[in-house]
Design a binder for this molecule. Structure first.
Ligand SMILES: [Zn+2]
Length: 436
């Protein structure tokens, strides 16, 4: 693992775009026993597997393997009786296809129902600088409802900015606060559509006045700016932040930000720097997670709903990451079902219905997650969304690849779910507030 990653880093600078993924393959892996699940977990570290989605007894997972290790991997799977089907022959080819689709999309005239100069066309993934400019423009154009907050700097020194959207400048404590963020994991590009769509529906094209009038919103479009930029400039499939200093020579860098929060920290994550689930040196060791913590802490009295948008898998997950259900577990589940039903009603027919449940039961134990920090801080409703992985141009092997034709749909359908969640949060907050 160590040597493989070191080689990647050296070569990634010298080779052309996506060259480091040339020959990488993706396998659909089906497991039959719990031992299989554990074996794959071990192999992630020992063998340098990139687990795109976890295999569980209920559904297959997707695993990326480098070309040089593919044969060894397949032999090992065969020996263990684990079924591994080749899903993507060469990852580089799909990345090239993604570039081509984005190139075609930007040359097409994108028309949308949201006719406003300030609505970003949702047919591309916007870079950090573009989002930064956009947030500044919105704050200037809509000073009565939008406040732009510069919350501090990322590891590499990028400003972490977020929007506060409120008709009462966050002064009316009879309103709940709803928080949402995207791109905590760098490669999960499709998630940007969810926050951008929400921003547009709350500021530019307001069709649900109740959501704007009765709720204060906090929206963080890029929760991991350094990692996100790195996916554009170096490695499209990078997940973590870009923290250095964890290893002599920095042969492996980056912390999995969604394992770095102070909630069961380090209990079910990796202490190996090279791992994609490396949890960092301490809870909130990373500036990006510390900034999110500060937002949660500042607003926790009124924060009723916390949404961390990830991809992929069509899931709405809640805590805790160790499989223990919070005291309001039933309500957490009911609100998640409500959100999932709204999304399912308008989703593309070829995508699966959303799965709803406790993250450890549906997927695997995971500690230090953002949603669990929100929950232990007292936020009643805290969720991780996993947006769909199946997209027009890519079929079932799509995973993290984004078809630009799917971006607006992803934003739209996710917003249907968020609306339901926000209304549930409003109702429960009012019940509590009136009871005081
Ligand atoms: Zn993620």
């Amino acid at each position: 693992m160590f040597r493989a990653v070191a080689l990647f880093l050296v070569f990634s600078l010298a080779y052309a775009k996506h060259e480091i993924y040339d020959g990488h393959q993706i396998f659909k892996v089906s497991v039959k026993t719990h031992d299989h699940v554990l074996l794959l977990k071990d192999l992630e570290q020992d063998f340098g597997l990139d687990i795109w989605s976890e295999a569980t007894l209920d559904h297959p997972g997707m695993i990326m393997v480098s070309g040089t290790r593919s044969k060894m991997f397949q032999d090992l799977m065969a020996d263990e009786g684990i079924q591994a089907e080749l899903e993507v022959e060469n990852v580089k080819a799909l990345l090239d296809l993604e570039d081509k689709l984005f190139g075609n999309a930007s040359s097409k005239n994108f028309t949308s129902s949201r006719a406003s100069a300030l609505a970003l066309p949702l047919n591309k993934v916007y870079r950090y600088e573009e989002i930064d400019t956009y947030l500044e423009e919105l704050a200037r154009a809509y000073p009565n409802v939008v406040t732009l907050v510069n919350a501090g700097k990322s590891f590499e020194g990028r400003d972490m900015k977020y929007l506060k959207i409120s008709t009462t400048n966050f002064q009316d404590t009879s309103k709940p606060v709803v928080y949402m963020e995207s791109l905590l994991h760098a490669r999960e590009w499709i998630t940007q559509s969810a926050t951008l769509y929400a921003i547009q529906k709350l500021i530019i094209d307001v069709t649900e006045q109740d959501l704007l009038q009765n709720i204060d919103w906090i929206i963080v479009p890029i929760a991991n700016p350094d990692g996100f930029e790195f996916t554009h400039t170096h490695q499209r499939l990078w997940r973590k932040n870009r923290a250095v200093g964890y290893m002599v020579g920095d042969l492996c860098v980056g912390v999995d930000l969604n394992r770095n929060f102070d909630a069961f920290w380090s209990e079910a994550s990796s202490n190996i720097v090279c791992s994609d689930t490396f949890h960092g040196r301490a809870p909130f060791s990373e500036p990006e997670t510390a900034i999110i913590r500060n937002i949660v802490d500042e607003h926790k009295d009124r924060l009723e709903l916390f949404l961390d948008i990830h991809s992929f898998g069509s899931m709405i997950l809640y805590g805790y990451g160790n499989g223990v259900l919070p005291a309001n577990g039933l309500n957490l589940h009911l609100v998640a079902v409500r959100m999932a039903q709204e999304i399912d009603a308008v989703k593309m027919s070829w995508n699966n219905n959303y799965i709803v449940g406790n993250v450890a039961l549906v997927l695997y134990d995971a500690s230090g997650a953002a949603m669990d920090y929100a929950k232990v801080s007292g936020v009643p409703l805290a969720y991780t969304f996993e947006l769909p992985g199946h997209r027009f141009g890519f079929g079932t092997g799509a995973g993290f690849f984004v078809d630009p034709d799917f971006i607006e749909q992803a934003g739209f359908e996710t917003w249907e779910g968020i609306k339901a969640g926000a209304r549930s949060a409003l109702a429960s907050y009012r019940t509590k507030h009136n009871a005081k």
